[in-house]
Structure formats: C-alpha cells, structure tokens
Write a protein that binds this ligand. Structure first.
Ligand SMILES: [Zn+2]
Length: 308
C-alpha cells in the first residue's frame, strides 16, 4: 500500500465524518426547531380554542338574550295587532252608526226643507189654487230671457239646472231663450180669459190649461224659444232648438210635458217641465212622458228631485 493512498483515505474519511456530523447536527437542530414550532403552534391553538370557546359562549348567551327579547317583542306586537284589529272593528262599527245616523238626519233634513206642497203637485191630477205660491222664486238671468225687460222667475232650487241647460245649449250654438216661466194663479186666470175671448171658451180650455192645472204655477215649468223664433210657437217643432232639447233636456232634469199624440193635453213642443235628473233619465230611457207614470212611481223620485 502506498503511503499517499493511505493519507488520501484518511482525509476522505475525516471529511466524510465531518460531513455526516454536519448533516446529523443540522437535522437535530432542524428537528428541535420543528418541535419547538409545533409546541408553540399547539400552545397558540389551545389558546385560540380557549378564546373561541369563550367567545362563542358569550355569543350564544347573547343570541339567547336576543331570542328572548325577540319573543317578547313579537308577543307584544301580536298583542298590539290584536288590539289594533279590535279598535278597527270598533271604529268601523262606530262609522256605520254615525253614517246611518247622518243618513237619517240627511233624509229628515231634506224632507223638512223640501217644499212638500210643491211635491204634492207633482201628480197626475193636481189642483193648484190661489193659495199656492212656490217657496222660493228666483229671477232668470236676463241674457236668457226672450224679452229681457220682462222679469222671469222660476222655482229657486230649479234655477241652477235651467241655467246649466241654457248655458250648454248656447255652447252648442242653440240660442235658447225663456219666453215664459212662473205664472201666478192670477196671471194664469187672466191669460185664460184672453184666450177665451180670442178663441172661445171651448177652444181655450184645450189651448191654455185651466189655471188650476197649469204647470207654470209650480215655478218648475218653462216655455222655451230661440232669439230668432220669439213668440212663433208653432215653428218651434221644426227648429234645431227643439231637436237639441229632445236630445239633451233630460240630462238637466227636464222633460217635455205634453209630447206629440199624448192623450192628456195638446202637443206643446216648447213647454218643458223640471222633474229632476233621475226621473227625467228614466222617462228618456223608457220613452214615456210624466203622465204615463203611476203616482207611486212619481212619488219615489220626489225626495231626490233637486239632487245634482
Ligand atoms: Zn207652458
């Protein structure tokens, strides 16, 4: 064996031993570090677990408190809702009572303020006399009167309906005018005498209603004409104004009192009577005239005659 070779081997062994020692040392150190880290982590985890446990205990407790609170609130709310519902039922009941009481008052008030005398005259056979004068009479605005210098009056509560009719007619290009309105018992008698002198007693009875039967004494009947036609009554039937009235008068509560071929009285295309919107509508739909109706049917409409 060469001495050089032995030396080389020895150096190699020493180096190898050193290297192994290094590896072992490092591994040991690494292992120790790992163990230490593990211990630290474990301790930290334990700590975190502990903290977490305590926090969740706290949260659970809070949830419990909140749930109990919620339960109380819900029950309180339910109680409130129940009370509210009960209150609402009570209020509705009270409203109903008040409404029905008011309704009764309304009807009673209506009856007390309505001209019962006038309503009684709304019948198939009515007998006016010198004692009857409408409760309120109001002057028709002069621009709607054929002879503006002559004051024309109508039943007070009826005027707004007439005013609207005249206004709308003018709006539609129909120059409607009031030729005759309220006539007292005396005026009616005088008129009849004039007719009697002119046409003889027999004719005048058909021409101008007996003063006792005249609707003009009620204050709710008007004779209408146009600015152009004036007192030429007979031409009225052929006029646009007559067609307009036949189409629209009912919308304002007016009806033709004596239509063509009625069995009650001569045809008067210019003579309109106020019967209230509901009754006028019914007559228009059923194509009837006032005197076609039974008295009990007429009576049903009287309480609401001046309803708008
Ligand atoms: Zn008339």
């Amino acid at each position: 064996m060469e001495p050089d070779t032995t030396r080389k081997d020895t150096i190699f062994i020493i180096l190898l031993t050193f290297f192994i020692a290094c590896i072992v040392g490092f591994s040991g150190y690494a292992y120790w570090v790992l163990l230490d880290t593990k211990a630290k982590l474990e301790s930290e985890l334990a700590h975190t677990k502990e903290e977490y446990a305590s926090r969740s205990a706290f949260l659970l407790e809070n949830i419990d408190v909140l749930q109990r609170l919620l339960a109380t609130t819900t029950s309180k709310r339910d109680d409130l809702e129940k009370t509210l519902r009960e209150e609402q039922v009570l209020i509705s009941a009270m409203q109903l009572q008040v409404e029905s009481a008011l309704g009764t008052v309304g009807t009673l008030e209506k009856l007390s303020t309505t001209d019962t005398e006038l309503l009684k005259k709304y019948s198939r056979v009515y007998f006016l006399n010198e004692n009857f004068t409408p409760k309120t009479l109001e002057v028709v605005p002069s621009q709607y009167v054929f002879q503006p210098e002559k004051e024309k009056k109508v039943y007070g509560e009826m005027l707004p309906f007439l005013f609207e009719l005249l206004n709308d007619a003018v709006g539609d290009g129909i120059d409607l005018r009031v030729l005759s309105a309220y006539r007292s018992f005396g005026e009616q008698s005088t008129l009849k005498s004039v007719y009697s002198v002119l046409y003889g007693a027999g004719t005048s009875n058909r021409f101008s209603a007996d003063q006792g039967y005249s609707e003009h004494q009620l204050g709710t009947a008007v004779d209408l004409t146009t600015k152009q036609l004036g007192a030429r009554y007979t031409a009225f039937e052929k006029d646009d104004a007559y067609r307009w009235l036949m189409e629209h008068a009912y919308e304002y509560g007016f009806v033709l009192s004596y239509p063509k071929e009625n069995t009650y009285y001569v045809f008067e295309p210019w003579h309109f009577r106020f019967v209230g919107k509901s009754l006028a509508l019914r007559l228009h739909i059923e194509n009837k005239y006032f005197y076609d109706l039974e008295q009990r049917t007429i009576d049903q409409y009287l309480i609401s005659i001046f309803d708008r």
